[in-house]
Every structure is written in structure tokens, then in C-alpha cells.
Design a protein. Structure first.
Lengths: 322, 273
């Protein structure tokens, strides 16, 4: 037994020593490799990180800083004012009106935009011939810029020579002052915005529909459900993650609208289309009040963060995941 | 029989919807072909009765649209290449490398997607002005050279590449840099194509930033140039629309050839659900 143990332990000791030796060298090279990998990874990330630091993270801090200071016309900080800029906003009726208009604008554009795209995606989700042409047509607005779309609609909305009023006259309806009437201007801008966003919404929803397996449709058809019932009761719940994603993205992008307002109405008539981003633009780049402009920008930031969180918490509960 | 009828009805509905959606674009094309007298006619002609292709030449004379197109093309191409490089490097690090602080860094990349560009626009304007970059190509290009969206998109794609490939390459002594350049990049052409189409269009269509930082005709981009057209003293509709058609043509071509790429890019978020 003893002999056996000896003969066994001896090489074991040696082994252990060798193993320790090996491990030593191994850990050395491994940590060397890890070092190199770390360095390489940071080198890979460096270009993006530097750009983000300069153009995202630093501006966020600078916005907070600016919002607590007064600035002169050139944007140079002239003194610390504490929360005066926010106080000015709270006491300013125009600011609250702007917030209200921004919310109205989201309510006017997001549900209608999603609903219209949903209907179009539903009627083109089958396997009939010639659908590609329609899919192309409904996706088309996605590539058009806010600049050129707004100019086209500016002419469509022209009070005396515009096509929309011409079509109304063909239907024996009286012309509408699309962009001049303070009661209509926001509606008109919304109509144009719904059209402009249709392509994106359509693409997202029809890809979502295509992602639902055919067997589900087939088994619904075998059970005798008509196309409308299949869509509402079976496909729609399955599509809810996509709808959820689209709702968040659409609300956020509607809060960021600027181009169409700047081209079509300049915030008017009578500030009836003066949404938040437009008033940030006016405050900072027309009135050169960078402090209050930054305060408004922070309000926008907080609203968007809250919206995202609320929608995640509240809507996600009601969303059906496969 | 009734199935036939309902199919026909469906086609008619789809055609009417398509006409409504396409109408603003068709209107732009038809007005761009009209002679000036016809374009300002009331009641307006829905389709041109006579063609006047001279519009496309004349519009170059009233605004420096060639310079606008040249500028925007240059800016969009450089931003596209820049985003492809910075995003693919960062995406590779997130997808295939292990390093300290990976989760934190990834979270901070994602956070930039949550920060709307409009929120940072005042400090960015002041920064760019401080560097004397107003009205310059650097000012138009540099702030957009990195994209968290692009990083996210490419990371998703890189993670789908088979792990065996990576292991086999490591066995053969292939380092990260070589593996990235000779395997990952060539295999990721579809995803790179998606990001390319997306970032090009984004810059081609950009409005607020070029509006803020450019003020000479020499540096204006197409979108600003186009919205300037409507403010001309004597607005000739046919010329305005000729300009619009010239500007939206590249976008429409991109849609025709790159719809698949665009769809893939836009649904990255949606399909993750």
C-alpha cells in the first residue's frame, strides 16, 4: 500500500509542480492577451466614443449649464441665474400653449398615421399578383425629405391656385384656407405629416405582418373566420409588439417635428402651429436667448424620456408576445 | 364568383389608395413638365397638355442647384463612409471582443439613441461656431460621422455570424484585426448596404442642421435650396417643381434599388419586439 502510495504521490507532486509552473506561464500569457484585447477593443470603439463625447454627452451637460445661465446675443455666458430660465418658461403662456400644441400634434398624427398604414398593410399582405407595385407606392414617402415634401404640399395647399381647393370645387365644396386659418393650420400640417410618415409606418407594419407564420392564417380560415375577423382577433394581437414599437417611435418623432412647421407655417398663424422644437429654434436662433432655449430643450428631453418609460411600463403589459 | 368580385374590389381600393398616396409626387412631376403659362393656370390642369423640358435647364440658372447637389452629394457620401467605418469597428468590439466596461459602454451607446438630436442642437451649434466651422463641409459632416443606430444594426448582424467561423480563424492564428477585415466585413455586405442606404438618405434629406450652420449659396444643401425656391420673388411653379423633381430623383432611385435594404434597417428594432 505504502509503496503504491509513494509511487503514486511522487509523480503527483511533480505533476503539481509542473502544473503550477505551466499555470504561471499560462496566466501570464492569458492576461497579456486580455490586455491586448482590451486595448484593441478600446481602439475599435475610440472613433465612435470620441464623436459621441463631443456631440452628445458634452452637449447634454452644456445644455444643463446653459439653462442655468444668462447669455448675451453671441451665446457667451454672462452670469449665473439659477432657475430663472425655467421660472420664465413656467410664467410664459406661449410656452404652455406650445406644449399643448405639441401634444395635439402628436394626437393628430400618431394614431391616424398608424391606422392608415395598418389598413394599407392589411390589404396588401396577401399573395395576390401585382402587389409589389402597391407595396412600392405605399413605401414611397419614406425616401422623401421633409424639405421637398413640405414644398410640394405648400403648393397643394395654395389658397387660390392649389390642387386641393380645386378638387374641393369639383365636389362643389367651398375652398379652405388650409394654412392661413388658425383653426385649420395645425390640421393641415398634420395631414401632410401623416402622409410623410406613411411610408415608414407601412414598411414597419407590413414586415411585422409578414413575420406572422402562414399556418396561423390558414388554421383561422379552416375554422371559418373571415378575413376581417382573422385580422382583428388573431393577427392584430400578434402584431402588438410591432405596433408598440411603432407607437413609441412615432410619438418621439412627432415631438421632434420642425421642418414642415418651418416651411409651411413658421409656427403661425397666431402661434397655432408653434410646436416645441420650433420654439426652441426661435428662442435660440432668432431671439438669441440660448439660456431659455436650452431650458426648453431640457423640457423636451425630459418629456421624451418620460414618454419612453411610461410607454414601456404601461403598454408593455398589454402587449402580446409570441 | 363572389371571391372574384371581392378580389376586384380589393384591387380597386388598393389602386385608389395608391393614387392618393402617390398624388403629391405625381403632381410634382406633372407640374415640372408644364410651360410657365400652363403651370399658373386656373382651373389647373391635372396632367400637362404640352411638355416643356426646358424647365430642367432653366432651374439651374435661377438657383445654384448644381452646387447644392454637389455639396449634398459630397456630404452624404463622406458621412456614409464615415458611419460605415466607425459603426462597424464599434459593432465588432461589442459583438466579438471581451473588455472591461463593455456593458456600461454599450448602454451609453444606446443612450445616445434616446437623446433626440434637437436637444443637443444649441450646444452643438456653439461648439461648431467656436471652431469656426460654420458654413463649412467639416461643420456639415463631422457631427454625423458616428451613429449608434448603425452600431446597433451591425452588432446584431455580427452576432448572427457563426461562432465556428470565429473559432476556426482563431485556431489558425488569425487575430481580431485580420478576422474583422478579411472575414467579417466581406460577410456583412447586406448589413453594410442597409446602413449605407440609410445614412446616405438621412444626410441627403437633412434639414435643421444645414439650415442652422450654412448661410452662403456655396455651402447650402439641396433641402435648404429647395425651400429657398418658393421664396423667389417671381415664383414660377414649373421651375420650383423641376427643382424638386431633380432633388427627389436620387431618393426615388434609392427606393427602387434599395427598398429591401431600407426595410431590413427599419425593422431591426421592430422585429426584436
Amino acid at each position: 500500500m505504502n509503496g503504491l502510495e509513494d509511487s503514486l504521490t511522487l509523480p503527483r507532486e511533480q505533476n503539481r509542480e509542473r502544473a503550477a509552473q505551466l499555470r504561471g506561464t499560462k496566466t501570464k500569457t492569458l492576461s497579456g492577451l486580455k490586455w491586448r484585447e482590451n486595448l484593441l477593443a478600446y481602439a475599435f470603439l475610440a472613433p465612435s466614443l470620441i464623436l459621441f463625447a463631443i456631440f452628445f454627452f458634452y452637449p447634454m451637460i452644456k445644455s444643463v449649464y446653459l439653462s442655468l445661465h444668462a447669455t448675451d446675443l453671441t451665446g457667451r455666458v454672462t452670469g449665473f441665474v439659477g432657475l430663472d430660465n425655467f421660472d420664465y418658461l413656467i410664467k410664459n403662456d406661449l410656452f404652455f400653449q406650445g406644449l399643448k400644441i405639441t401634444v395635439y400634434f402628436a394626437l393628430l398624427t400618431v394614431p391616424t398615421g398608424i391606422l392608415a398604414a395598418l389598413i394599407l398593410a392589411a390589404i396588401t399582405s396577401g399573395k395576390q399578383r401585382g402587389l409589389t407595385i402597391f407595396q412600392f407606392a405605399f413605401s414611397l414617402p419614406v425616401v422623401l425629405s421633409v424639405g421637398s415634401s413640405s414644398v410640394i404640399w405648400m403648393f397643394l395647399y395654395h389658397p387660390s391656385l392649389g390642387m386641393l381647393n380645386y378638387f374641393l370645387s369639383l365636389l362643389n365644396l367651398s375652398p379652405i384656407n388650409w394654412l392661413i386659418d388658425p383653426k385649420r393650420a395645425l390640421l393641415s400640417v398634420s395631414l401632410m405629416t401623416v402622409w410623410m410618415n406613411l411610408g415608414f409606418n407601412y414598411i414597419v407594419l407590413s414586415s411585422g405582418l409578414r413575420g406572422i407564420p402562414d399556418e396561423i392564417r390558414e388554421s383561422a380560415a379552416i375554422d371559418g373566420a373571415g378575413p376581417v375577423r382573422t385580422f382583428v382577433q388573431i393577427l392584430l394581437p400578434l402584431l402588438s409588439p410591432t405596433l408598440f414599437f411603432l407607437a413609441i417611435v412615432s410619438v418621439i418623432s412627432s415631438f421632434q417635428s420642425f421642418g414642415q412647421i418651418n416651411i409651411l407655417t413658421h409656427g403661425g398663424p397666431m402661434n397655432s402651429t408653434n410646436v416645441l422644437v420650433y420654439s426652441i429654434y426661435q428662442e435660440a436662433f432668432e431671439n438669441f436667448r440660448f439660456g431659455t432655449g436650452s431650458a426648453q430643450a431640457l423640457v423636451l428631453f425630459v418629456i421624451i424620456v418620460i414618454l419612453t418609460l411610461v410607454q414601456f411600463k404601461w403598454v408593455e403589459k398589454k402587449v402580446h408576445y409570441q | 364568383m363572389s371571391r372574384r368580385i371581392s378580389a376586384t374590389v380589393l384591387y380597386i381600393v388598393m389602386a385608389l389608395c395608391a393614387l392618393a398616396v402617390l398624388y403629391p409626387v405625381l403632381y410634382a412631376f406633372s407640374t415640372s413638365l408644364m410651360p410657365p403659362s400652363e403651370a399658373s393656370l386656373y382651373p389647373p390642369h391635372v396632367v400637362p397638355h404640352s411638355l416643356n423640358l426646358k424647365n430642367f435647364v432653366e432651374v439651374f440658372e435661377i438657383v445654384p442647384i448644381a452646387a447644392f447637389i454637389g455639396n449634398t452629394f459630397l456630404v452624404s457620401i463622406v458621412v456614409m463612409l464615415g458611419q460605415l467605418i466607425t459603426s462597424s469597428l464599434a459593432a465588432y468590439a461589442f459583438a466579438r471582443m471581451n473588455f472591461k466596461g463593455k456593458n456600461l459602454l454599450f448602454a451609453s451607446f444606446m443612450a445616445t439613441m434616446m437623446i433626440p438630436w434637437e436637444v443637443t442642437i444649441i450646444p452643438n451649434y456653439l461648439t461648431v461656431r467656436g471652431w469656426d466651422w460654420l458654413d463649412s463641409y467639416q461643420g456639415l459632416i463631422v457631427p454625423f460621422l458616428a451613429a449608434s443606430f448603425g452600431t446597433f444594426l451591425l452588432r446584431q448582424f455580427f452576432m448572427q455570424l457563426p461562432t465556428e467561423l470565429f473559432e476556426a480563424a482563431r485556431m489558425d492564428g488569425c487575430g481580431h484585426v485580420r478576422f474583422f477585415l478579411s472575414h467579417v466585413i466581406p460577410l456583412s455586405r447586406p448589413a453594410l448596404g442597409t446602413l449605407g442606404v440609410y445614412s446616405f438618405l438621412h444626410m441627403w434629406n437633412a434639414y435643421l442642421w444645414p439650415l442652422l450652420i450654412t448661410n452662403s449659396d456655396k455651402m447650402r444643401t439641396v433641402q435648404i435650396g429647395i425651400s429657398m425656391l418658393q421664396h423667389q420673388e417671381t415664383t414660377e411653379w414649373n421651375l420650383v417643381f423641376a427643382g424638386i423633381v431633380i432633388v427627389i430623383l436620387p431618393s426615388l432611385l434609392m427606393l427602387a434599388f434599395g427598398l429591401k435594404q431600407l426595410v431590413r434597417g427599419m425593422t431591426v428594432g421592430a422585429l426584436k419586439g
